[in-house]
Design a protein around this ligand. Structure first.
Ligand code: PMP
Length: 418
């Protein structure tokens, strides 16, 4: 064993962390590749759990960051005004919001995904004066008490004794059914004797990431939006994982044609793996008073610098084109794989480069991911029983790298089913 591995086992926890899934010490990364201390190369289909959509150590972002650091630019400034922050806000508005005809105020809620979710839940309750929140089975929204209570995974919640009161988790009927959970909710709301209070908000992922790559149909999303509008329920789209291009467009909900009231973004927002989160708020409901929601690390200027550079990739449609092309290759490959290996009992899921294969037998997806790691591919599992192996390549991956990774998946499946 590499001597550093012992450090992790003894001092961190080899049991809890990703050290366990990927037991090697990494030293270097570039694009979609990673190398360990022994110089062995890995293809990365994990991408920092969606925090590295542009790949590792992108040259454009790196250059901007180096220039900024060498000029002694401000690093941490709470949420004071800084040039780097102004540049980010301007570019986010000019490159992302305006061309999409979206009008949102941008709030910095804290450094990570869970911070943006917490701010969204708090704001929805404050603005509506209501308390209840609807979330969905297998949704994942974070690990702090509020965001965990809307996370539809009992294993993750029960140790902490949650959900909190006032959270109702409903089935994620991601396709419109005759009588789906949204219809039931409406029937309760219409019945003044039902005792069901009108909720403050609904929170959802358009494609559930941790929950197993469950993609909601555009029709269902439109229906959710319609019901929210009718009852004045605020629609919170948690785009922490599905956003920033992962499903094919900057915001995952764009092709559904819906406009959420509040949007949560983090993970790949900084583009470079630096912590950054925003909460996008419909201007008329931007009702936080000064200091009402704050936090020390809301102004990581290094993250603003790389995030601004990352936005340059959205000035034309080259990146989106690549996601689209590589998505087609990936989905075609996986569909053919599932047919070729019926013992997988596989179901291909996803949209864009947020893709997974649900496997029938218990533990199979984990075995495939473990075998793939032995063969030089980093891949995670997802779903309530870890029954899905999840493909999250860099969005700018080239065809050779993608096919190399896909071939490792096929070889791993062959080995595991042997
Ligand atoms: N929302 C979604 C959809 C996520 O996937 C995650 C993280 N996996 C979070 C929120 C929480 O983000 P963080 O881990 O940065 O707190």
């Amino acid at each position: 064993m590499n001597k550093d591995m012992e450090v992790f086992e003894q001092l961190e926890s080899g049991v809890r962390s990703y050290v366990r899934s990927f037991p090697t010490v990494f030293t270097k990364t570039k694009g979609y590749k990673m190398w360990n201390a022994e110089g062995e190369e890995y293809i990365d289909f994990f991408s920092g759990a969606g925090a590295l959509n542009y790949g590792h150590n992108d040259d454009h972002m790196k250059q901007k960051l180096i220039e900024y650091i060498t000029s002694d630019g401000i690093t941490h400034s709470l949420d004071m005004a800084s040039e780097a922050k102004a540049e980010f806000l301007t570019k986010f508005n000019d490159i992302i919001l305006q061309p999409r005809n979206l009008d949102y105020r941008i709030m910095f809620p804290g450094p990570t995904g869970t911070n943006t979710v917490e701010s969204a839940l708090k704001l929805a309750r404050k603005v509506t004066g209501r308390t209840d929140v609807i979330s969905f089975t297998n949704g994942f929204h974070g690990m702090t008490i509020g965001s965990l209570s809307v996370t539809g995974n009992s294993m993750k919640r029960k140790g902490a004794g949650i959900p909190l009161q006032n959270v109702v988790t409903m089935p994620y009927d991601n396709y419109v059914n005759e009588q789906d959970s949204i219809d039931y909710l409406e029937r309760f709301l219409e019945d003044s004797g039902s005792g069901v209070a009108i909720p403050a908000a609904m929170i959802l992922e358009t494609v559930q990431g941790e929950g197993g790559i469950n993609a909601a149909s555009f029709e269902w999303l439109k229906k959710v939006e319609r019901v929210c509008k009718r009852w004045g329920i605020l629609l919170i789209v948690d785009d922490v994982q599905a956003g920033i291009g992962r499903t094919g467009s900057f915001f995952s909900f764009e092709p559904a044609g819906i406009k959420p009231d509040i949007i949560c973004l983090s993970k790949s927002l900084s583009g470079y793996g630096l912590p950054l989160a925003v909460t996008l708020i419909r201007p008329d409901i931007d009702k936080f008073s000064p200091g009402e929601h704050n936090g020390t690390f809301r102004g990581n200027n290094h993250a603003f610098i790389t995030a601004s550079a990352a936005l340059d990739y959205w000035k034309d449609d080259q990146l989106e084109q690549n996601i689209h092309e590589k998505s087609e290759i990936t989905l075609a490959f996986l569909n053919q794989l599932v047919e070729k290996y019926p013992a997988l009992e596989g179901e291909v899921r996803g949209r864009g480069l947020m893709v997974g294969v649900a496997c029938g037998a218990d533990g199979l997806a984990g075995k495939i991911a473990a075998e793939a790691f032995q063969r030089g591919l980093i891949m995670e599992t997802a779903g309530p029983n870890d029954e899905v192996f999840k493909l999250f390549p860099a969005l700018n991956i080239d065809e050779a790298g993608l096919r190399q990774g896909l071939a490792i998946i096929e070889d791993s499946i062959k080995e595991v089913l042997r």
